[in-house]
Design a protein around this ligand. Structure first.
Ligand code: PXP
Length: 242
């Protein structure tokens, strides 16, 4: 069974649009857990455009499943993460101009920095992973710097159509198989939706999917419980369970 990590950043986006106190991403996370989510994911960005440090602190106290922190490997974030100790950290690239994370981390070009960040956070007892594009060089570099798992960027697959989407899917399958052979855990996410999630959830090596925007978009209309349950049903069906 593939686990579902629900990313609640977009709940914080609505709150921050008005600099208000509602809707609260912590409450959203609790509802997602009650509906069956296996993990809560947030991205604390250096510009604090959605999730705030206060959210992370409360989530650490309240989340009963697992807390996955997405963050850049900067000294500021390493200090915050070392203090809060999420269950797992997925290192991601970050640029101030982007609307959302645009691709995987360039692991090959910053191996020393990443190795150091990973070792320090693993010492604090945190499971460490890296968000990568589905390419073998990034995968090998992720293994070399000590990551315990990878999260494969599914954005190109999600954007492609027809035959191009099949090619993008095959790249994800290949990297998932290689990662498992290297002893790495395999997660995936980005731009996954109720309509494109099934082939990704069916990949045998994939243990967890992180999905944010499409679940929150549906939750706005039908409620968090229904939105999470509908996604869980799809990913269970993809693996041939009920
Ligand atoms: N995985 C990672 C590493 C991400 O950065 C994001 C976006 O914050 C997601 C998954 C979720 O992407 P989406 O909101 O498109 O579902």
């Amino acid at each position: 069974m593939v686990s579902l990590g629900v990313n609640v950043d977009h709940v914080a986006n609505i709150r921050q649009a008005r600099q208000a106190i509602e809707p609260d991403p912590v409450t959203a996370a609790m509802l997602a857990e009650l509906a069956g989510a296996h993990c809560i994911t947030v991205h604390l960005r250096s510009d604090r455009r959605h999730i705030q440090q206060r959210d992370l602190e409360l989530l650490r106290k309240q989340v009963k499943t697992r807390l996955n922190l997405e963050m850049a490997a900067t000294e500021e974030m390493i200090a915050i993460a070392g203090r809060i100790c999420p269950d797992m950290i997925t290192l991601v690239p970050e640029s101030p101009e982007e609307v959302t994370t645009e691709g995987g981390l360039n692991v090959v070009n910053q191996q020393d920095t990443l190795k150091d960040a990973i070792a320090r956070l693993q010492d604090a007892g945190i499971k460490m992973g890296i968000f990568i594009d589905p390419d073998p060089a990034s995968l090998e570099a992720a293994k070399a710097v000590g990551a315990q798992y990878i999260e494969i960027h599914t954005g190109l697959y999600a954007a492609a159509k027809g035959e191009k989407q099949q090619v993008a899917l095959q790249q994800i399958v290949d990297v998932a198989q290689k990662a498992a052979a290297l002893g790495l855990g395999v997660n995936a996410g980005h731009d996954l939706t109720y309509t494109n999630v099934t082939p990704i959830a069916a990949i045998p090596q994939i243990a967890e999917l992180n999905i944010g925007h499409n679940i929150i978009a549906r939750a706005v209309l039908v409620g968090m419980e229904q939105a999470v349950k509908q996604m869980l049903k799809l990913i269970r069906a993809a693996k041939g369970c009920c």
